[in-house]
Write a new protein. Structure first.
Length: 273
């Protein structure tokens, strides 16, 4: 354990840009060095990942490695619940990096009775960069007739929304706002501001948080809700009112066909004359 702690202390810091996860060792290699202390080493990697995530907020840069760190930690200790819940909570639903998929998939296998972990995975699969609504529906279908009386009715029937491709923003927003109240996420509330914005249709990385009007509005609403200054239902409705509606692109008129028609008409009139 002393050797592991020393190696961890002198390890290079996790980079905060790009998507190169080569700095993370394979779980099989770490397991060999851990000498039976897999759970302890998993905790060390996870703590370091959260430290880097916190520092990314101070620099204003997006942290792209949380899924990779969680993959390593949960591979070493599959019962390590915190990475499952944390990754599902802070990862934007439409995030292009899908390293969290394997983490959330493992979560549904290890904790099959936890409908919230399953919902995180279903939302990512059903509304992520590569939508697979059939898989999302299959993930949530088993909760329809679950004997667990704590499961909300709309969660029991949510698999139908995926099947019909009618997954509503309201359900996803409700899940995020519930997570905001969790004490474990208190120091990482910034992740929820950006997650809500991307859910409402505001894509892209925000260059300056202090100057972005939409970001500041979401931040003010969420902070006031947590502090008890604004009722959650008011915040919920105001955030929904911010949802961007994509304007459908109208098909271009076929000018070739129109020109041909005009030319034919002119030709016919010439023949008549």
């Amino acid at each position: 354990m002393a050797i592991i702690a020393l190696a961890f202390h002198y390890a290079k810091p996790l980079p905060g840009t790009n998507f190169d996860e080569s700095f993370l060792p394979k779980a099989s290699s770490v397991r060999y060095v851990a000498a039976g202390h897999d759970a302890s080493v998993a905790g060390l990697f996870w703590i370091k990942g959260l430290t880097e995530l916190g520092e990314s907020y101070l620099t204003g840069r997006e942290y792209a490695y949380l899924g990779h760190v969680a993959e390593l930690s949960t591979s070493l200790d599959t019962l390590f619940y915190t990475p499952y819940y944390f990754v599902g909570g802070v990862t934007p639903i439409d995030a292009p990096d899908t390293s969290d998929f394997s983490v959330l998939r493992r979560a549904t296998r290890v904790y099959p009775e936890n409908w919230r972990l399953a919902l995180y995975y279903a939302l990512r699969v059903g509304r992520g960069p590569y939508p697979n609504r059939t898989e999302a529906a299959n993930v949530m279908r088993k909760y329809f007739d679950s004997p667990d009386t704590t499961i909300p009715d709309h969660i029991r029937t949510i698999y139908r929304s995926f099947e019909l491709d009618s997954m509503q923003t309201e359900t996803a927003l409700e899940t995020i706002l519930n997570d905001v109240f969790q004490p474990r996420f208190k120091k990482f509330r910034t992740s929820f501001y950006t997650k809500i914005l991307r859910l409402l249709g505001y894509k892209g990385l925000i260059e300056d948080y202090n100057k972005d009007e939409n970001y500041q509005k979401v931040k003010a609403l969420v902070d006031n809700m947590v502090d008890g200054k604004i009722p959650p239902v008011v915040v919920y409705n105001q955030l929904l009112a911010m949802k961007r509606v994509e304007t459908p692109v109208e098909p271009k008129a076929d000018t070739t066909a129109a020109t041909t028609t005009v030319d034919t008409t002119v030709a016919d009139s010439t023949i008549v004359e």
